[in-house]
Design a protein around this ligand. Structure first.
Ligand code: ACO
Length: 427
């Protein structure tokens, strides 16, 4: 591959161009500052790769998403969430013995330490479950001091499996705390998602048996959320992890990053927006007009994506599942009809067409979650459970990379130049 030539006034320098395994090209500017004194400026990293990665391939122009080379369409149809989590972390599909061992370890680690229960007591009743999830994940590090060294591969594996096994328990307990209900302990005879649904919706006085169709649909939703290359929360995990913080702290940073409305928090906002539209008479056009008005901060939640300039392939799959699940559950949520209408109108509107704003993963997921019985505050928590394997895979890739460096961006300083200190009586 030919080098790129950068001309700065009279001076020119050659910069190597590296090619990725799908033919994408990147100019390697890592020696730029040491050879020229210059740095690059790229707000929000729109044109910058911080790392090489072999975990997930994402092509936003064509709407392609593959984990370790396998299409999410195939994985959603043929795999399970736990198998996908193994695939993301270790890089290959497990054979039967490896999968059995993996699933068994996860099954045997679903309990959280009993004293951790009391952590939830100190949160106010109206605490957001996402904040409780992040705090409890961070607190997990205090319970496993023997397995915190991020550079020890055995500790890393144990911690990763502990996180996959325990996050649903913590998530369900965060929910139970928010509705003042007793915590339900894991039942290890249940599959991963069925166990989570049981901890969410059962009571000591009344067991609910999760429907296999709902468990399967949730499993698929988790698969579709499992990784998304260098997104905000995965980058947060890698950033914190690059300082060799333990994996619990790094994942906790990812949960915080996911909580914002421009990232994972959007799924809650979509349903709240659709509810508000319904209450407003169900006229999607006036809301679209608002979204286009530059003087109005309102944005159509669930639309647009930094990378996808085409239909988000996850949204396409979720839309298909939304119909199946709602038919199975028998819910006739008017919000789904409104969502379809809004999608049609937005996709035909010049503003959205010009800017290539398509529905993203969050547009339909909230509607399914609601049909399953989850309150809106839990939607982003569900996203976190689904995204955990991706965070762990990205973290492992970063920590085992011999060329990994602490992440430390440069800046273009725009502050005051040096000035003398002003005494108090002269200000
Ligand atoms: N509604 C109205 N206008 C929008 C929307 C939207 N949802 N999204 C983007 N735009 C407009 C912007 O105003 C901008 O217009 P302009 O060129 O006239 O100034 C243009 O489209 C480009 O948008 P940016 O904000 O520059 O795109 P960016 O890549 O920075 O942001 C983001 C992407 C944050 C996802 C944005 O599209 C958004 O806010 N969407 C709504 C929130 C959402 O659904 N987030 C979930 C993302 S998926 C996920 O994290 C899992």
């Amino acid at each position: 591959m030919d080098d790129a030539t950068l001309a700065i006034g009279e001076e020119t320098i050659e910069l190597p161009v590296v090619e990725d395994s799908e033919g994408g090209r990147a100019v390697d500017i890592s020696a730029l500052r040491s050879t020229t004194g210059l740095i690059t400026y790229d707000k929000g990293y729109g044109s910058t790769a911080e790392t090489e990665s072999a975990v997930t391939y994402l092509n936003g122009e064509e709407g392609i998403l593959r984990y370790r080379g396998y299409s999410i369409e195939d994985l959603a149809e043929k795999s399970t969430f736990l198998e996908v989590s193994y695939l993301l972390y270790y890089g290959t599909l497990p054979n039967a013995a490896q999968l059995e061992d993996y699933v068994e370890t996860i099954r045997r680690h679903t309990l959280v330490r009993e004293d951790m229960r009391h952590l939830f007591d100190v949160f106010p009743a109206d605490a957001h479950p996402m904040q409780m999830l992040a705090s409890a994940t961070s607190a997990m590090a205090t319970y496993y001091p023997d397995a915190l060294d991020p550079l020890d591969p055995v500790s890393a594996d144990i911690s990763a499996r502990r996180l996959i096994a325990k996050l649903p328990t913590i998530a369900a307990w965060a929910f139970k705390h928010s509705v003042s209900q007793p915590f339900i302990y894991p039942r290890n005879e249940l599959e991963y998602t069925a166990n989570f649904l049981n901890m969410m919706f059962s009571l000591p006085v009344e067991q609910t048996t999760p429907s296999p169709a709902v468990s399967k649909a949730l499993d698929v939703l988790f698969i579709l959320h499992a990784d998304h290359s260098q997104n905000l929360s995965s980058s947060a995990v890698r950033l914190v992890g690059s300082g060799q913080a333990n994996v619990f702290s790094s994942v906790s940073a990812g949960i915080h990053a996911l909580s914002g409305p421009l990232h994972g928090g959007a799924n809650q906002q979509v349903v709240e927006m659709l509810d508000a539209m319904l209450a407003d008479g169900g006229n999607s056009d006036s809301w679209i007009t608002r979204a286009k008005d530059k003087d109005d901060p309102f944005r159509l939640m669930g639309f647009g994506h930094r990378v996808y300039k085409n239909f988000d392939p996850r949204a396409r799959l979720i839309k298909k599942y939304a119909r199946d699940v709602l038919d199975e559950i028998g819910t006739d949520d008017p919000v789904l009809e409104l969502a379809m209408e809004l999608e049609q109108h937005a996709l035909a509107d010049e503003y959205f067409v010009e800017r290539k704003l398509y529905p993203n993963v969050d547009f339909y997921s909230g509607i399914i979650y609601r049909a399953m019985g989850f309150p809106a505050e839990m939607f982003t928590v569900l996203f976190a459970i689904g995204r955990l394997p991706g965070w762990l895979a990205q973290w492992r890739e970063m920590i085992t990379d011999p060329n990994s460096r602490i992440q430390r961006p440069r800046q273009v300083y725009t502050g005051a130049t040096e000035r003398p200190y002003i005494a108090m009586d002269q200000r």
